[in-house]
Design a protein around this ligand. Sequence first.
Ligand code: NAG
Ligand code: NAG
Ligand code: NAG
Ligand code: NAG
Length: 420
Amino acid sequence: MSEFNFQQNIQIKRVILVSSVVIFLMMGTYLNNTETQFETYEYPAISESIRERPIRSTTVARNNSYYDIMNMPQIEFNNLYKNPCWVGTDENGPLDDEKFHCLPYFYILGVKKSGTTDLFTRISKHPQFARPDMKESQWLTRIRFGVNAQYKSVQAILQRTKLDVRSVGFYVSMFDTAASSIMRTVTNIDDRAPYFRMITGDATPANLHMHTKWSKLPGNEGLTEPKYTNFHYIKHLTPEAKIIIIFREPVSRMLSDYLYLNRLRPTLIPEKFHRDSVRLTKAYEKCFLTYSQRRCIYNETLKETLRKTGTGMTPSFTAGFYAFYLKEIYEVFDKSNVLPILMTDYTENMKNVLSKVFDFLELDQPSTEQWKPILVKSIENESKFKRVKMLSKTKRLLEHFYRPHNEEMAKLLNDSRYLF
Ligand SMILES: *[C@@H]1O[C@H](CO)[C@@H](O)[C@H](O)[C@H]1NC(C)=O
Ligand SMILES: *[C@@H]1O[C@H](CO)[C@@H](O)[C@H](O)[C@H]1NC(C)=O
Ligand SMILES: *[C@@H]1O[C@H](CO)[C@@H](O)[C@H](O)[C@H]1NC(C)=O
Ligand SMILES: *[C@@H]1O[C@H](CO)[C@@H](O)[C@H](O)[C@H]1NC(C)=O
């Protein structure tokens, strides 16, 4: 091979390499965006697809015990603020730094791949919303265990605060940007005192189904099902928290989630999705025969066993058990503090649903001018690739599998639309 040809060959290889990377990235975007035709969101998301990496010694203290949230004294919030906020002192709160801090007023608790990002982005355009640094903190599910701690926004907080990522103080610090806008904005002054009406929130959909390492956390050791879940931790940190959950038809949700997590060549997906669906549904059906639903759904070993056999989407498969998780939330929060939303209702009657969300969050209804940015249309609705479809046998299998769970959901909410 002549020198010229050799160079040319390298050039061609480079072009191929670069274009495959571009195609791969485009595919990622495509797989991410086709199912939900919403606008791209503005916050740096912490990608669900980032794999667990070794924990850096700087991000986690050396010993392996985790901060005991349930035994932490509850924070006394300052009632001049609508949002849960306070000044950190020795007697109050996890940070003794004399600084102003806030925790979320509301949480979007899932379900993953049902439009949570779109909803959060639209809420965040409300004039009484104070933006946090990120759409989802992922603190309860990942960051506090050092997972995803390499993420840029997490590292920035680490540099600034020098706090242990496991500490509640670290979670609190994730809302410092929001806290400073809440503190600066006196929105209502009556005769007695100023009142601060700005609120902030955390839209971590994994909080619904990822109760990471629950069996190792204080109070849960040695149990077969958790005494404390993410819902208890949220309640303990912010007792008046408002909870929003969007529910999407579970079979299409599962495919969307699967495509997001398994960025294979589209042609390979339908068969693999079928095989994995068979494995997942069989494993849970088998478990339900022996143990309680609760024990099976929280069984981390079961998830790990499935993952080790190469089954896709094992971490979030359980997210489809809507009625189960909603009942778990109702065990912890008053029903009046929980707003379930049907995704089709949201996409078809967006203004109406957002209006209900604003009422639920006790925000003012936006003016005509303020509605404009909130209701801005999606631009990202054209795909260059053909949409990946599931095989009809997979659809039948999954619909059959989810039917009793959907029936439970329809009963729970007295709404037949949840039969999907
Ligand atoms: C481990 O860390 C926790 C929290 O930082 C601390 O309270 C505890 O004393 C430590 N345990 C050991 C054995 O060092
Ligand atoms: C969880 O699942 C594994 C594997 O399927 C099983 O061996 C184990 O007994 C289960 N654990 C509980 C607490 O049910
Ligand atoms: C994208 O949305 C616009 C406006 O809603 C619509 O006219 C157009 O047909 C859509 N394109 C695709 C590919 O769905
Ligand atoms: C359930 O909904 C129906 C109609 O939507 C209503 O008539 C009925 O009173 C509701 N039942 C309960 C228990 O709320």
